[in-house]
Design a protein around this ligand. Structure first.
Ligand code: PLA
Length: 468
């Protein structure tokens, strides 16, 4: 059987004698691609002069000006910028439903009890040191992470066909995966759902991949555009990479059913597309770690290859610890070990090796049966609180007689509701009600509480009736 990865690294005509790791043309071409991508990303029209500005205009300081005088102000990030605006608002009633960060009923950030316990254990263990981790991270963490997402009895793990490297949370893991594919995979196009998490196109473009979209969401039904998805993936070039949200699709909260996943799997395999899963919400969608991993597991069970980026930001509340993992399921153990050797070459010049603390917390919890069980209970409680917020918001809008069908609030899954509110309505809610959310109408249900539901419902009601 043919393997999809050529970890030996393709030889380049200009420097065929050198290994791909030190090949000069790779770095120059990649740097050019990234600079071009950055120019496109910043929306600069005259790319030639912009390139000159970005790369070769350092001498203006001779007249006393800053060498950075030409730097244009970049816009705030569409998601994290919402928090910046929120922090500036002096209103006591302000509410941040922008970034997906879990809050308690009291509106406070939550450190899980199991995380506190694991940290205590780590602090009390004098044998713990702060040495550098290996380039691929903490071995125990990597093994446990692969088992968590793929299932502990997964044959690919038992056959050593999976390589897992620790990453800087979900984002860093996606980026390392993207860069690996740009260097070693024969097809450089990645298909991402429309819409998707706003950082996906940037992460993959700057990894050196070319980004295209496939239809995913149908605004008319506020559900999955399954037909459109099948058509678009069906006409993608053979071998193309496909980004799939493992569960709790961001921003729509719309996931395929298991039957639909099976359909997608067959199509992906028949066209030899390469699945790249983004698993940022395992356990957060349904409250069950196993149920939320089903999509990934059906792909990992068919013997084919795939990539999975995992994040512990949400399900363990380790947002700021930046702990995640990238697993690549390969056809053979030999390919997996060569793939890993190349992943190290991606990571080493990027951040050398990952941080030790967050991964140690996760490993401590995953390997201890009691802590693990306690974690699943705390995780379920978070998921249940989010689900109850859905019901409360839905009921509050019904009580107010807000025009429209709001049943999608209770049908959607995971951290977010894709409300269907437009950017004018969102701007109105921010201005008049101090409610902060992304301009696409996404609200983080995890940031809501019983106390703040009425305020949000009032704001939605006013926005819909006045700007409907
Ligand atoms: N993938 C998806 C689908 C995500 O929604 C997020 C986070 C990530 C990856 C990355 O998370 P991590 O790097 O922190 O592990 N999305 C958040 C935060 C919760 C953000 O935008 O950074 C969001 O509000 O959409």
């Amino acid at each position: 059987m043919r393997t999809q990865f050529t970890a030996s690294g393709g030889a380049h005509s200009c420097c065929s004698a050198v290994s791909s790791s030190s090949c000069c043309c790779i770095s120059t071409a990649a740097a050019d691609r990234r600079l071009n991508a950055l120019v496109r990303h910043l929306g600069i029209e005259d790319s030639k002069s912009a390139m000159a500005d970005i790369s070769a205009n350092p001498t203006s300081a001779s007249n006393g000006d800053s060498v950075f005088a030409h730097v244009v102000r970049a816009p705030e990030d569409p998601i994290l910028g919402v928090t910046v605006a929120y922090n500036k608002d002096p209103s006591p009633n302000k509410l941040n439903l922008g970034v997906g960060a879990y809050r308690t009923e009291e509106g406070k950030p939550l450190v899980l009890n199991v995380v506190r316990q694991a940290e205590q254990q780590l602090v009390n263990d004098p044998s713990r040191v702060k040495e550098y981790l290996p380039i691929v991270g903490l071995a125990e963490f990597n093994k446990l992470s692969a088992k968590l997402i793929l299932g502990s009895d997964n044959p690919a793990i038992q056959e050593n066909r999976v390589t897992t490297v620790q990453g800087l949370s979900g984002t860093g893991s996606l980026r390392v995966g993207g860069e690996f594919l740009a260097r070693h995979y024969h097809e450089r196009t990645i298909y991402i759902p429309q819409p998707t998490w706003g950082n996906h196109p940037k992460v993959f473009t700057l990894s050196g991949l070319s980004v295209k979209t496939y239809r995913y969401y149908d605004p008319a039904t506020r559900g999955l555009n399954f037909q459109g998805l099948l058509e678009d993936l069906g006409s993608a070039p053979s071998g193309a990479i496909v980004l799939l949200h493992a569960c709790a699709h961001n921003p729509t909260g719309v996931d395929p059913t298991l039957e639909q996943w099976e359909h997608i799997r067959k199509l992906v395999r028949s066209k030899a597309l390469l699945p790249f899963f983004d698993s940022a919400y395992q356990g957060f969608a349904s409250g069950s770690l196993d149920a939320d991993a089903q999509s990934v597991r059906i792909f990992a069970a068919d013997g084919g290859e795939c990539l999975v980026a995992q994040s512990y930001a949400k399900n363990m509340g380790l947002y700021g610890e930046r702990v995640g993992a990238l697993s690549i399921v390969c056809k053979t153990a030999d390919v997996a070990s060569r793939v890993e050797s190349q992943l190290k070459l991606v990571i080493r010049p990027m951040y050398s090796n990952p941080p030790i603390h967050g991964a140690s917390i996760v490993a401590t919890i995953l390997k201890d049966r009691n802590l693990y069980n306690e974690w699943t209970i705390e995780l379920k409680a978070m998921a249940d609180r989010i689900i109850s917020m859905r019901q409360q918001l839905f009921d509050a809008l019904k009580t107010r007689g807000t025009p429209g069908d709001w049943s999608h609030i209770i049908k959607q899954i995971g951290m977010f509701t894709f409300t269907g509110l437009n950017s004018d309505q969102v701007a109105f809610m921010t201005k008049e009600y101090h409610i902060y959310m992304t301009s696409d109408g996404r609200i983080s249900m995890a940031g809501l509480s019983s106390r703040t539901v009425p305020h949000l419902a009032d704001a939605i009601h006013a926005a819909v009736t006045r700007l409907g």
